[in-house]
Write a protein that binds this ligand. Structure first.
Ligand code: FAD
Length: 389
């Protein structure tokens, strides 16, 4: 099936992001072609392999959580790469596929549907199609004007991204760092190591909390870097490269209709970002894969009706919804800093609990346990060394 892809940007292009490519990105790439992840592993100038997460509790205590995947004979479970490079690598794959035509520098301005879709670009190109897969990001005009999705502050987040050079104390195995600072809850400050001495540094918080508390994210970032005792000393010799930039993260904490007559929504246009971790690349790629499968079925049946396309909503939410719900519960639990401090303290004293948390990244049942109230009750009333969960 021949496809046309239209993007207003010219690749390579930047995208404001934390640049962390999670296990889900690796999962989707592996489903597409087993050699792709190997390609990333061999390009360590652009793709840094990452083996885990460092959580820093509001108390300042660190919990080091390696991903479960063992190092022997395997590629890393996750990577960190500037989106400039990762998205360009994806765009190059599109360009080399004879069934796909990529139109860069082509901003879609007008969309209408009669018998078929008719899309007009800023520079006057016209595209006609039976099916539109809208993946035009967090500020998608298709999602707002055609699908009628709205931006709701409790299900939306804002994030700031900065690139620094020479941040000290980065993890030897390139663990990403999530610092749950008291004044940023239920969001977090992050430091993600990158190749060539760079780090992606940022801060994100739910939009309604920012509004209610009249907080300024830029000031919070500056305070963390200049005044937080544990963080500031790591930035003494660091320098900011480029500007600090802000962008929205539409969270998947609420179910939305993801399709309609002749269209499917994907990625941020479908509002699918993990409400706890802020991870959106994996879900965007997963939705792209499900949308491609649905498109192929509809083309075979020559049926692009909304009732036929609804299968996409059902299948994608079947794959993602329980995970998104659990993450939403975790996001709300983070509102109780004492609970977070307790989990980290007990986990540092208890290898079994550390193992459980480590498993949570790859095992949904484990993640479900972590979001159950019973888990925390057991934690509260067990002696630190002997928590059995
Ligand atoms: C500060 C911040 C930190 C983040 N950190 C992480 C992280 O570490 N890991 C993670 O997994 N996720 C992270 N995310 C989320 C992640 O960036 C998004 O979920 C992801 O980029 C979504 O991909 P997408 O393809 O849906 O949208 P995008 O990556 O935004 O791509 C949309 C594309 O549509 C094009 N476009 C837009 N409008 C038009 C138009 N009218 N015509 C033609 N083309 C158009 C754009 O040029 C762009 O190429 C972060 C987000 C932010 C804001």
């Amino acid at each position: 099936m021949a496809s046309t892809v239209v993007d207003k940007a010219v690749f390579p292009r930047d995208k404001i992001c934390g640049d962390a490519l999670s296990g889900k990105v690796v999962e989707v790439l592996n489903k597409l072609d087993k050699n792709l992840v190997q390609e990333l592993s061999e390009n360590q100038q652009e793709f840094l392999p990452s083996w885990g997460v460092n959580f820093v509790a509001p108390s300042g205590e660190l919990l080091r959580v390696p991903f479960k995947t063992k190092k022997e004979n395997t590629t890393a479970p996750g990577f960190i790469a500037k989106r400039l490079y990762f998205d360009n690598w994806l765009a190059e794959k599109l360009k080399s596929n004879p069934l796909i035509t990529l139109h860069e520098n082509t901003e879609v301005r007008e969309v209408e549907r009669k018998e078929r879709w008719r899309l007009a670009s800023k520079d006057g190109k016209i595209f006609e199609s039976d099916l539109v897969i809208a993946c035009d990001g967090a500020y998608s005009s298709f999602s707002k004007n055609i699908a009628g999705l709205t931006t709701e502050p409790p299900h939306n987040c804002f994030g700031l991204r900065a690139y620094y050079k020479n941040v000290s104390g980065l993890d030897d195995e390139n663990f990403i760092e999530l610092h749950f600072l008291q004044n940023v809850l239920p969001g977090y400050f992050w430091i993600f190591p990158l190749p060539d001495g760079y780090a992606n540094v940022g801060i994100g918080m739910r939009a309604d909390k920012l509004q209610d508390r009249k907080l300024n994210l830029k000031k919070l970032l500056q305070q963390a870097v200049a005044e937080n005792p544990a963080i500031a000393k790591r930035f003494e010799r660091a320098s900011l490269v480029g500007d600090v930039k802000l962008f929205g993260l539409p969270l998947g904490s609420k179910k939305r209709p993801l399709s309609g007559a002749g269209y499917l929504l994907c990625g941020d246009a479908a509002q699918l970002i993990d409400p706890f971790t802020g991870e959106g690349i994996g879900n965007a790629m997963m939705s792209g894969m499900f949308a491609a499968n649905q498109a192929a079925k509809c083309a075979q049946q020559n049926n692009f009706s909304s009732s036929n396309l609804q299968q996409y909503d059902a299948e994608l939410y079947h794959r993602l919804w329980s995970e998104l719900q659990l993450s939403y519960t975790m996001q709300r639990l983070v509102n109780f800093p004492w609970l977070f401090n307790l989990v980290v303290r007990k986990a540092n004293a208890n290898p079994l609990l550390r193992e459980t948390i480590s498993c949570m990244f790859e095992d949904m049942d484990m993640r479900a346990r972590l979001s159950s109230p019973l888990f925390y009750l057991k934690l509260l009333f067990s002696p630190t060394q002997n928590v059995k969960l």
